[in-house]
Design a protein around this ligand. Sequence first.
Ligand SMILES: C[S@@+](CC[C@H](N)C(=O)[O-])C[C@H]1O[C@@H](n2cnc3c(N)ncnc32)[C@H](O)[C@@H]1O
Length: 221
Amino acid sequence: MTRTFKGYKYSGQAEKYRELDFSAPIHCRLGTVKVGSIFAPLPDFMKTATVIYCDPPCSNVNINTFYTKAEKEKEGDIAAFSRRLIEAIDEIGPREVFLETFKSNVDDMEKALRAIFPFVRRYNTTYYKTHANFILHAAKQESDLPIEGMDEEAIVKYIATSRKDDIIGDPCFGRGIIGMYCTLAGTRFVGQELNKNRLCEFLTFDREGINPFTGKRKDAL
Ligand SMILES: C[S@@+](CC[C@H](N)C(=O)[O-])C[C@H]1O[C@@H](n2cnc3c(N)ncnc32)[C@H](O)[C@@H]1O
């Protein structure tokens, strides 16, 4: 039975892209993206990432919501998802990782990153400018970044503008905040996303310059 979820089509951009082959990588102005799950083998283009930014599902309730919205059968609980995400990061082998986390998963994710990176730091940050969360920064080199106390969007902008020679990879690409800021900054990116409807919101930014989060034009940083 096909179920339709009112409100889960976001602004309905997927309607425009019916002709696209969503089983294949989609080439954008400065990056490559694909509909796919972290539980599947990584596409080769994802392995070109030198820096990872990711805001992954953080709890069982949260991951269930994303699978419901994607109209897909659940593939694993949050523990299995988080294990697979860390395994995928390890396989990509980036020089640094920015991982958004919450009270519910920060300790587990920090421990998991420490198993594959020599330097891991926890920064106190916010999202939507009001809610507290954390960015875990894992790297091969020790560093002290100017992101303490910053909000998610400003951090994404910081990553996109300060790593111009890198390829920024996001395995949970969503509507593409990192893709949007990378495009505006002239930085290459790669991404994968479970939900076609969410990815299509980004495609309209790539092709028409419409911010997937506000619906307004966004031509500059
Ligand atoms: C918190 S959101 C990230 C939002 C994103 N930063 C953006 O710009 O929209 C988490 C994302 O992970 C995606 N996701 C959930 N399970 C996934 C999986 N197995 N593989 C890939 N992406 C997944 C969700 O659909 C959702 O878009």
